[in-house]
Each structure stands twice: as structure tokens, then as C-alpha cells.
Design a protein around this ligand. Structure first.
Ligand code: TMP
Length: 208
């Protein structure tokens, strides 16, 4: 175990096809191999609320119900994340609140007045604030080309929507909490950048 171990909450964000799931998994493996205690989790979760989210999208429950389902899934996920943070582990989450701000922020346009603000206000009193958010950036047309042959295509994999989602991510990424990683390169490069951002920006504690 290294003399100083990393602890805190890191989220991975990006449009569909940005490589976020692969990069977060490989970053977790690399950090574990360096001796850090890493808990890798994701949203939508594998629990029944995560299933409800997937079903809501498949059956097109509408943008408002869909947004509220994502918030419910997140709210129920918090105790699990907190239990690992309480053990001073490094928690990596493949998608978190910024996904809702970016995706449902786009989906709710024309339905609520200021979608991003509406979603942030609905979340701010209870959502966990990540110590760092890694935004994997890739042009929407490149992302679509990467995912077009995936068997589990979801409805959000559409270039017009993903362009709006990417613009929302750019707005959110003005916060200092974000680090932008160019994901329009090999996975290895993106993992290198993500891991070094985590090492640079996360608090450390003495190892056992
Ligand atoms: P995934 O492909 O990363 O598992 O995510 C599933 C889909 O759900 C993806 O198209 C992004 C979308 N999503 C939202 O629209 N809002 C959210 O809050 C989350 C967590 C995911």
C-alpha cells in the first residue's frame, strides 16, 4: 500500500459513446493496482430504481417522469456511496448528477422554464458534491459512430440530442470541480489523463 492513499468522490461524465464506462473501469483497476481502496459504482444503478429508470426510458414515460426517476435512483444510491466514503475509500461513479443536468436538461427544454436550474434546485439540498468530475469529451458524430452497432441501443443515442447534451456539459464544466479529458484518442491516453487528474486533485490520507 502507498504511504498516502487517495480518498474521495470522483464522477465520470460524458455523452453516450465517450468511452466513460471503459475509462472508469480501467482507471479503477490501475488505482487498485497502486494500492488504493477503490469502489466503482454507476448510475443508473443495478437496483430496482435503476431498473425503473431503464424501463421508463424504454417505454417513454415522458421527460418529467424520466427526470424524477433518475433523481429517485440517485437519492437511493447515496447511502451506498456514503458508506464507502465513510471508510475513506476512493469512490468512482460512472455517471452521477451532471448526467441528469446534461441529459434531462436537454430533454426538458420547452417543458420547464430553465431545465438545468430546475434540476439543480431539485437536487441541491441532498445530492453529494463530487470532489472531482472527469468529463470525457468527444465530438457527438464520433461518439455516435462508436456506438451505432451496439446491441443495447438506447433512445438517447441520437446526434441532435447528444449535441445539446454536450453543450450542457460544456456549461457545467465551467466549474472548477471539472477536469476535461480528450476522449477522441486511444483509451489508454484517456485513462492516463483521468488517473493523473485524480492523483493531482483528490485528498490523500496516510495508508495503513
Ligand atoms: P449508460 O449508457 O452510461 O449506462 O447510461 C444510460 C443512459 O442513461 C445514457 O443514455 C445516459 C442516460 N442518463 C440520463 O439521461 N440521465 C442520468 O441522470 C443518467 C445517470 C443517465
Amino acid at each position: 500500500m502507498p504511504s498516502l492513499v487517495l480518498a474521495g468522490f470522483v464522477t465520470f461524465e460524458g455523452i453516450d459513446g465517450s468511452g466513460k464506462t471503459t475509462v472508469s473501469r480501467l482507471a479503477a483497476e490501475r488505482l487498485r493496482s497502486q494500492g488504493h481502496a477503490v469502489y466503482l459504482t454507476s448510475e443508473p444503478t443495478a437496483g430496482w430504481l435503476g431498473e425503473a429508470v431503464r424501463r421508463g426510458i424504454e417505454e417513454d414515460v415522458g421527460a418529467v417522469a424520466e427526470a424524477l426517476l433518475f433523481l429517485a435512483d440517485r437519492a437511493a444510491h447515496i447511502p451506498d456511496i456514503q458508506s464507502h466514503l465513510a471508510k475513506d475509500e476512493l469512490v468512482l461513479c460512472d455517471r452521477y448528477a451532471d448526467s441528469t443536468y446534461a441529459y434531462q436538461g436537454a430533454r426538458l427544454a420547452g417543458i420547464v422554464r430553465d431545465p438545468l436550474r430546475f434540476l439543480q434546485r431539485a437536487s441541491e439540498d441532498w445530492v453529494l458534491l463530487p470532489d472531482l468530475t472527469v468529463l470525457l469529451k468527444v465530438p457527438p458524430d464520433v461518439a455516435i459512430a462508436r456506438i451505432k452497432d451496439r446491441p443495447d441501443r438506447m433512445r438517447f443515442e441520437d446526434v441532435t440530442l447528444l449535441t445539446k447534451v454536450a453543450a450542457n456539459y460544456d456549461r457545467l464544466a465551467k466549474s472548477r470541480r471539472f477536469v476535461i479529458v480528450d476522449a477522441n484518442r486511444s483509451v489508454d491516453h484517456a485513462v492516463d489523463d483521468a488517473v493523473s487528474a485524480i492523483e493531482r486533485r483528490l485528498p490523500t490520507r496516510p495508508g495503513a
